[in-house]
Design a protein around this ligand. Structure first.
Ligand code: ADP
Ligand code: TRP
Length: 331
C-alpha cells in the first residue's frame, strides 16, 4: 500500500482558484486513495514570510477549517499541523548536515529573491533572505522523509524541491544504508488555471480573486463585477470569450451548461448570466460556507482534529526518527 503525502502552505484568504485548482482535486484524490494519505498544514514554512503572530495563527485555522469544510475526510486522511511534529525539525537539522550548500544556492525560491534584489539595484543580493527561506527545501525534505512517503503530489513549482529531497535521501542512504525511503514526485495535473475577475490569473496578490467563503452578499457583489462586453441584452453573446461562462461551467450541471450555451446564442443579459452564476456557485459553496463558519468560530474543535491527526502522524514519524538516530550513531 502506497503512502501519499502532501503539504499546504497557508498564505492567506482562500479563493475559488485555490478551491478549484488545488483543494477539490486533492480531496477527490484522497478519497480515492487506497493506501494511507497524509495532508498537513506547513505552518512553519509560512513563518519564513509571515512575521505577524495574529496573522500566522489565523491563516492556519483558516486553512484547516476550509479543507474540512470542503469535504476532506479526516477519518481517512491524516490531517495535521507541521509544527506539532517535533520529529520533522530534528530530521531537518540532521538532513541539513547532508545537504550541500550548493543545492540551496540553486533553489528557485532563493534565486528568484536574489534576481529581484538585482533588478531593484540592491547592493546586498541576499537582502530580505532569512535562513528559513534559504533552507526551505531542507525542511520540505524532512516533511516528506519523516513519513516514509512513497508519492508526493505537487505542482510544477515544487518539482525542484522533490529532486532535492530525493538527492538528500540518497546521500544519507549512501552513507548509512537504506534508512530513508526515496519518494517519487507525482506532478499534479495543472491544466486548470482559474482566471480572476479582471481577466488575469486569479491570485490574492492581484486583488482579483473571489474568496471561497465570502458571505453571500459579497459573493454576489463580486460576481456582478466580472468583466463582460457591453453588448445589449438581446444580442447573442460570444461563448468562447466569456469569463462568467467559464466560472459557470465549473459549478453547473451538464444540462444547465447546455441551456446557458443556447441562451448565449439567442441573446441573454449579463445581469441574468451573473444571477445564474451566483445561484449555481452559491448552491455548491453555501453548505461548505456554513460548516466553515461554524468551525472557524470553534477553534477547540479544529485543535482537537489537528491534535488527533498529529498523534496518528507521529506513530509514523517517531519510528522513522528512531531509525535515523540509530543510523547516525545516536543511541
Ligand atoms: P495565490 O496565487 O493566490 O497566492 P497560492 O500560491 O497560495 O495562491 O496557491 C495555493 C494553491 O492553489 C496552489 O496549489 C495553486 O496551484 C492553486 N491555485 C492558486 N491560484 C490558482 C488559480 N488561479 N487557478 C488554479 N489553481 C490555483
Ligand atoms: N512547499 C510547498 C508549497 O509551497 C508546501 C509543502 C511544504 C509541501 N512541505 C511539503 C508539499 C511537503 C509537499 C510535501 O506549496
Amino acid at each position: 500500500m502506497k503512502t501519499i503525502l502532501t503539504g499546504i502552505k497557508p498564505t492567506g484568504e482562500i479563493h475559488i482558484g485555490n478551491y478549484l485548482g488545488a483543494m477539490k482535486p486533492a480531496i477527490k484524490a484522497c478519497l480515492a486513495a487506497d493506501g494511507t494519505s497524509y495532508l498537513f498544514i506547513a505552518d512553519y514554512h509560512s513563518l519564513t514570510a509571515t512575521h505577524d503572530s495574529k496573522v500566522f495563527e489565523e491563516i492556519v485555522y483558516e486553512v484547516a477549517a476550509a479543507w474540512m469544510a470542503c469535504g476532506l475526510d479526516t477519518s481517512k486522511t491524516v490531517l495535521y499541523r507541521q509544527s506539532d511534529i517535533p520529529e520533522i525539525f530534528e530530521l531537518a537539522w540532521i538532513l541539513s548536515c547532508f545537504t550541500p550548500k550548493g543545492f540551496m544556492n540553486r533553489s528557485h525560491a532563493y534565486k528568484a529573491k536574489v534576481a529581484e534584489n538585482e533588478e531593484n539595484g540592491k547592493k546586498d543580493l541576499d537582502h530580505g533572505v532569512n535562513m528559513g527561506l534559504f533552507m526551505y527545501p531542507v525542511l520540505m525534505t524532512a516533511d516528506i522523509l519523516a513519513f516514509d512517503a512513497d508519492e508526493v503530489p505537487v505542482g510544477e513549482d515544487q518539482l525542484q524541491h522533490l529532486e532535492f529531497c530525493r538527492d538528500i535521501a540518497q546521500k544519507f542512504n549512501h552513507n548509512y544504508g537504506e534508512v530513508l525511503k526515496v519518494p517519487k514526485a507525482v506532478k499534479k495535473d495543472e491544466t486548470k488555471s482559474i482566471i480572476g475577475i479582471d481577466g488575469r490569473k486569479m491570485s490574492k496578490s492581484y486583488g482579483n480573486s473571489i474568496p471561497l467563503f465570502a458571505p453571500e452578499k459579497r459573493l454576489r457583489k463580486l460576481i456582478m463585477k466580472i468583466k463582460t462586453d457591453s453588448l445589449p441584452p438581446e444580442a447573442p453573446k460570444n461563448s468562447e470569450d466569456s469569463l462568467a461562462l467559464e466560472y459557470f461551467k465549473e459549478f453547473a450541471t451538464e444540462i444547465e451548461i447546455e441551456k446557458m450555451l443556447s441562451r448565449y446564442k439567442e441573446g441573454v443579459s449579463w445581469g441574468d448570466v451573473k444571477q445564474n452564476l451566483f445561484e449555481v456557485m452559491n448552491r455548491e459553496i453555501a453548505p461548505q460556507r456554513a460548516i466553515y463558519d461554524s468551525l472557524i468560530s470553534d477553534r477547540a474543535k479544529i485543535d482537537a482534529i489537528l491534535v488527533d491527526g498529529a498523534q496518528k502522524a507521529r506513530e509514523r514519524s517517531k519510528a522513522v526518527i528512531q531509525r535515523v538516530r540509530q543510523a547516525i550513531g545516536k543511541s
